[in-house]
Design a protein around this ligand. Structure first.
Ligand SMILES: Cc1ncc(COP(=O)(O)O)c(C=O)c1O
Length: 340
């Protein structure tokens, strides 16, 4: 049975073109630096992301964790948002791997406030940790996009204070499309950045970490230490190349579909759309129904071939991606309307 899957863009399947490229990929032992397909992906990624070098990694989590490891020593402090993926969804990895202290800040709607960040930077004081790193996200995990001016203000502040900036750019290309800029306009406001190939870009596996050549060399060693040195992973990189060459171009379609979904939802009685949603491919809304109705809705929709996640604090989150078309959205709206 074909499901309409609105849970996340991580559910995307590799495309036929990716599968063919994977089958035909010329590979080698990447730990020896011998895999021509990985080398091509890393070079292409560095150019696109506007950095000297890039590294292919199994996941966004590993890319972020290695990014933090590259910029910190034990006991250093990292300023980040209390809502971000590194703080909430990476299993406390920074404590384990970097031994760094996290300083989570609560930003209104998640959008960084350079004044709050400046206040959180530690003074030179024998009692206090050293602020070594600021971690940003764009697009934010909450589906919002951070304006370039804010990223630039944070980066300038960081450089004045000799603090590094790592960007979790799991959905960097979505952010660039929403902001109407080249990704390099975003990436110039950080020292290192991670970027996922396996979300809206539909590759089966893989993320990138980009930065200056010396940092990426250290990151390569950390990746080996963490068991992420992959051998003939050109089969995966081949899909990553298609992700960057072809799939970035079609991401605006996901954003348009999210807008269409939001418009159709807003027409239904009892639906309250989040005021500034959608900005990327994520739609947030609340349903004014009983809590029993809300809890059982995912199971009822599943019977109709639709997958959604349970509601969270902000209500339901629906995500559009490569395998969700307008007809699927119409079918979902009809199914929801019938159940309501
Ligand atoms: C903002 C953000 N950063 C990082 C990640 C981690 O990516 P991965 O699932 O590949 O570890 C995700 C995953 O959903 C994410 O949404």
């Amino acid at each position: 049975m074909r499901y309409i899957d609105l849970r996340s863009d991580t559910v995307t399947q590799p495309t036929r073109e990716m599968r063919e490229a994977m089958y035909n990929a010329v590979v080698g032992d990447d730990v020896y630096g011998d895999d021509p397909t990985v080398n091509r992906l890393e070079k292409m990624a560095a150019d696109m992301l506007g950095k000297e070098a890039a590294l292919f990694l199994p996941s966004g989590t590993m890319a972020n964790q290695i990014g933090v490891m590259c910029h910190t020593s034990r006991g250093d402090e990292v300023i980040l948002s209390g809502d971000c993926h590194i703080f909430i969804h990476e299993v406390g990895g920074v404590a384990v791997l970097s031994g760094a202290n996290l300083r989570p800040l609560s930003f209104p709607r998640g959008i960084y406030d350079p004044v709050m960040i400046e206040k959180a930077i530690r003074p030179a004081d024998i009692h206090q940790p050293r602020t070594a790193l600021i971690c940003l996200e764009n697009a934010l995990s909450n589906g919002r996009v951070v304006p370039i001016e804010i990223m630039a203000a944070v980066y300038n502040l960081a450089k004045q204070k000799d603090i590094a900036v790592h960007l979790d750019g799991a959905r960097l290309f979505n952010a660039a499309i929403a902001l109407g800029v080249d990704v390099r306009e975003i990436s110039k406001n950080c020292d290192t950045l991670s970027c996922c190939l396996s979300k809206g870009l539909a590759a089966p596996v893989g993320s990138l970490l980009a930065g200056d050549a010396a940092t990426i060399e250290r990151a390569r060693k950390y990746r080996k230490m963490l068991g992420g040195g992959m051998r003939q992973c050109g089969v995966l990189a081949a899909a990553g190349i298609i992700a960057l060459e072809e799939m970035v171009k079609r991401l605006p379609e996901d954003h348009d579909n999210a807008k269409y979904l939001a418009k159709r939802l807003a027409e239904l009685a009892g639906v309250e759309m989040e005021e500034d949603s959608p900005q990327i491919n994520m739609v947030f809304f609340k349903l004014h129904r009983t809590s029993e109705f809300i809890e059982t809705l995912p199971a009822k929709l599943l019977e109709k071939g639709i997958k959604i996640n349970e509601a969270g604090q902000r209500g339901f989150r629906l995500v559009t991606s490569n395998e969700v078309c307008r007809e699927d959205i119409d079918y979902f709206i009809e199914a929801l309307n019938d159940l309501c």
